[in-house]
Design a protein around this ligand. Structure first.
Ligand code: ZN
Length: 137
């Protein structure tokens, strides 16, 4: 079982915090070797951002886990399938930039409560920083 935490190490990026996922204490971008950064706070309204490619498919839960240093997920990002299994949440099928760089078969398993707590923290940061709904771009 892996450990998932989230930290907000940068506040100076456009004046907004950036959410960095840590797996076993190591930044997600390091695991993926994708040269991306964390996720800008304005994308965190629902916790980890749902990848736009599955927005119309309620059976698919694919979420963005790292974003290009420019802050535009459309410019560069990595994503993975998020699958709930009992009391665990599994991150697998890494794609986007990670398709080129991540080790084959990379897969993480977290306690479900830990994942949900991280998503809650991200939503709280979003609520604090992005008021008024002009923030979903
Ligand atoms: Zn970029």
């Amino acid at each position: 079982m892996n450990t998932l935490t989230v930290q907000f190490p940068w506040n100076e990026w456009y004046g907004f915090p950036v959410a960095e996922l840590l797996v076993d204490g190591r930044p997600m971008a390091d695991w993926l070797e994708d040269d991306n950064y964390g996720i800008p706070v304005w994308l965190l309204k629902q916790g980890l951002p749902l990848w736009w490619g599955v927005e119309d498919d309620s059976d698919e839960d694919v979420r963005v886990v790292t974003v290009c240093s420019c802050g535009e997920a459309g410019c560069g990002h990595s994503r993975c399938r998020v699958r709930v299994e009992g009391n665990t949440v599994i991150f697998e099928d890494f794609a986007g930039d990670a398709a080129r760089t991540a080790p084959d078969g990379l897969r993480f398993v977290f306690p479900r409560a830990q994942y949900e707590s991280c998503c809650q923290t991200m939503r709280e940061y979003h609520a604090q920083c992005c008021i008024g709904g002009q923030d979903d771009a």
